[in-house]
Design a protein. Structure first.
Length: 414
């Protein structure tokens, strides 16, 4: 009965997306990317000369970055395997559809019984990985029926999730399809134990491994270095309008020497120009700047994508966007460089943010006054918070190795 309700929900979700697709770019990409998926998948798999397949699934770009260290470790250790990477969201697929660490990259077809049966029968994976939050009933059911080893890694569980509600038996049973669930923290182990799920390992979060890799491979950005010009810099990463509503009044009244790099979450020319007009500080856009101009500016607006993780190397402070409304962006990319972190008030579901607030390296703010007060204190002495954030990342590296130990156990029995 519950499976019927679940499948009805999936069909309804597809129907609604098709209705709004003509008017919404992401919905249109979601629908178009799944058209004739069987033919597209068959064409891709036809190039396979009998190699076994490992399937990795990520919801979106953030989960892909979380899973990337495991994908690359798996490829290095098991080169005979072909890697299939699937995405649920266009924001992951459209950015990483040419990622060279996977052999086949496709959208995951909607989780209907027919789609799941055809997909698993076509791919015939030997092992399947689901990153963090992904729980799709029909796919898990088909994988289990085909005797495929199923791993969930970097997972995190909270009491508010359906698994732990009195009416959540259908979702609890879904968890029993996994052979191994590798979680980020002890709370997740305890919650799963409370519903009888014991095939669980505390392995940590593979994002720490990823941000460490990214920091080590950071690119030099000469214009950003010229803009810094040996001065203190605040890097604003993934800024939304709600973040700028607090940042702009703060920056207009903060009088101590400071340069600011602003990387919007989405690039909209009219929005960037509006923000520039609201600021009393001289500003310049990255695409329009040369070195003489950039040295005279106090605010640098990044109007391209892909360089944020490297920009943090030029900062002494970081403000991370999304925690007023949309969802906190990745704070570990900044923390790995060692700096005080600031973000909006809605951070409680992000374990790393909770940890760093508790340890004294991160500072949630709800108002301009709170931002001004918190930033001023760190401006006068940032050394303690900087060391805490750097150490936090370093001591949490190693989750990928834990995942690969489980993979080795599975492979030894294959």
């Amino acid at each position: 009965m519950f499976a019927g309700f679940y499948n009805t929900g999936i069909f309804t979700f597809q129907f609604l997306l098709r209705l709004v697709a003509p008017f919404n770019r992401k919905a249109r990409q979601w629908v178009d990317g799944r058209q004739d998926w069987q033919a597209h998948l068959s064409a891709k798999l036809a190039k396979n000369s009998g190699n076994p397949i490992a399937w990795f699934h990520a919801a979106s770009l953030g989960e892909f970055e979380q899973g990337r260290p495991v994908i690359e470790a798996f490829r290095a250790q098991y080169p005979r395997y072909k890697i299939l990477l699937t995405f649920f969201s266009p924001s992951g697929y459209e950015v990483q559809k040419n990622y060279n660490g996977a052999d086949y990259i496709v959208y995951l077809p909607a989780d209907t019984p027919d789609n799941a049966q055809q997909f698993v029968a076509s791919v015939k994976p030997k092992i399947a990985f689901f990153i963090k939050y992904e729980f799709w009933y029909n796919y898990l059911h088909e994988l289990k029926s085909a005797n495929v080893a199923i791993i969930s890694f970097s997972a995190i569980f909270r009491p508010s999730q359906l698994f732990f509600k009195p009416w959540g038996s259908f979702y609890r049973n879904m968890l029993r399809y996994f052979d191994h669930i590798l979680v980020q923290n002890q709370e997740s182990i305890d919650l799963l134990a409370s519903i009888g799920i014991t095939n669980v390992i505390k392995a940590g979060d593979t994002r720490f491994d990823r941000v460490s890799q990214v920091a080590a491979a950071r690119k030099e950005i000469p214009l950003a270095a010229a803009f810094k010009n040996d001065q203190l810099v605040l890097v604003v990463g993934s800024a939304w309008p709600e973040d700028m509503n607090a940042l702009i009044p703060f920056l207009n009244t903060f009088t101590s020497p400071l340069r600011i790099i602003v990387a919007p979450h989405e690039i909209h020319d009219d929005e960037i120009e509006r923000w520039r007009r609201q600021l009393t500080r001289p500003s310049v856009r990255f695409s329009q700047a040369n070195e003489p101009e950039i040295r005279n500016a106090e605010v640098l607006f990044i109007d391209n994508v892909g360089m944020l993780s490297s920009l943090y190397q030029y900062g002494e402070f970081a403000y991370i966007g999304g925690a007023f409304k949309q969802g906190l962006h990745n704070i570990l990319e900044a923390a790995t460089f060692g700096m005080p972190l600031f973000f909006g008030p809605e951070y409680a579901t992000y374990q790393e943010a909770v940890d760093l607030v508790k340890e004294g390296a991160a500072f949630p703010v709800s108002t301009v006054a709170e931002l001004t007060s918190a930033f001023t204190k760190q401006y006068l002495d940032r050394s303690k918070a900087a060391q805490i954030s750097r150490d936090y990342v370093q001591r949490n590296i190693g989750a990928t190795a834990q995942v690969m130990k489980v993979v080795e156990q599975i492979m030894s029995l294959a």
